[in-house]
Design a binder for this molecule. Structure first.
Ligand SMILES: Nc1nc2c(c(=O)[nH]1)N[C@H]1C(S)=C(S)[C@@H](COP(=O)(O)O)O[C@H]1N2
Ligand SMILES: [Mo]
Length: 201
C-alpha cells in the first residue's frame, strides 16, 4: 500500500480521501505537535548527522554537507498513532538512499537517535527505496523546532512516531533494539494500514 503515501497525481489514478485514510484514523487540517520531552534547539552550525555501522564505521555530514546532497521534494500523508492523519504534507530534504548508498553493512535493523535522547527502531529496508528522508523544510519554510527542526526523519509509510524529530544519527545493528515508544508497548513496526498500534496488533 505504499502508493497511498503519495498524493494523487504523483502515482497512478487520483484517490478519494476516504481511500487514503488508514483504519481507525481521522483527517485533520491542523498540524499537532507531539513531543515526549522538551524541544531541543540545535543551531545548524552545530548540527551533524552520523551513520554508524554494526562494525563501528561512521559517516558524518555537517549541515552544509547535507544541504549539498541532492534535494528532493516530497508530498506525503502522515498518520499518528493517536489517530490523526494529515493529507498532502509537503517536505524538502535528502533521501536516506543518498546517505546510505555504498555503505558496507549486513545489518537489518536501525535505531534512529535524536538530539534530546529520543530513539525509534525500524528495519533498514524501510529507509531505502525512496521511502524515507532527512527533511529540513516543511511547506516551503525551514522546519520549525516544534516539528523537529532543523531536521527530522520522515518515514511517512509508518506511523509518525517513527519519524524522529531532531534526528542526529542512525545506528545500524544486527539485533533489533526497541526505541522509546516501542519499549513502552507500541508496535515494533507500526504499519498504519495494518493498524499496528501496539505490540500484538
Ligand atoms: N525526537 C522526537 N521525535 C518524535 C517524537 C518525540 O517525542 N521526540 N514524537 C513522535 C510522535 S509520537 C509523532 S506523532 C511525531 C509528531 O511530529 P509533529 O510534532 O511534527 O507532529 O513525531 C515523532 N517523533
Ligand atoms: Mo505519535
Amino acid at each position: 500500500m505504499t502508493l497511498t503515501s503519495f498524493s494523487p497525481g504523483f502515482r497512478g489514478r487520483p484517490r478519494a480521501v476516504t481511500e487514503r485514510l488508514p483504519p481507525g484514523q481521522y483527517p485533520t487540517e491542523s498540524f499537532p505537535v507531539l513531543s515526549a520531552g522538551p524541544t531541543p534547539r540545535v543551531p545548524t552550525e552545530n548540527w551533524s548527522f552520523t551513520v554508524t555501522t554494526e562494525l563501528g564505521e561512521t559517516r558524518s555530514w555537517t549541515w552544509d554537507q547535507m544541504m549539498a546532497l541532492p534535494q528532493q521534494d516530497t508530498v506525503a500523508d502522515i498518520h499518528c498513532v493517536t489517530r490523526w492523519s494529515k493529507f498532502h504534507t509537503r517536505w524538502r530534504g535528502v533521501s536516506l538512499d543518498a546517505f546510505l548508498e555504498g555503505l558496507q553493512t549486513t545489518a537489518e535493523h536501525v535505531v534512529a537517535d535524536s538530539y534530546g535522547g529520543y530513539t525509534t527502531n525500524l528495519p533498514l529496508a524501510d529507509l531505502l527505496g525512496g521511502r524515507a528522508w532527512i527533511a529540513h523544510t516543511y511547506d516551503g519554510y525551514a522546519l520549525s523546532p516544534e516539528h523537529g527542526g532543523p531536521a527530522r526523519l520522515l518515514v511517512p509509510h509508518l506511523y509518525f512516531w517513527k519519524s524522529a524529530k531532531w534526528v542526529r544519527g542512525l545506528r545500524l545493528t544486527h539485533e533489533d533494539d526497541p526505541g522509546f515508544w516501542e519499549s513502552a508497548g507500541y508496535h515494533n513496526y507500526g504499519d498504519p494500514w495494518r493498524e499496528q498500534r501496539h505490540w500484538g496488533d
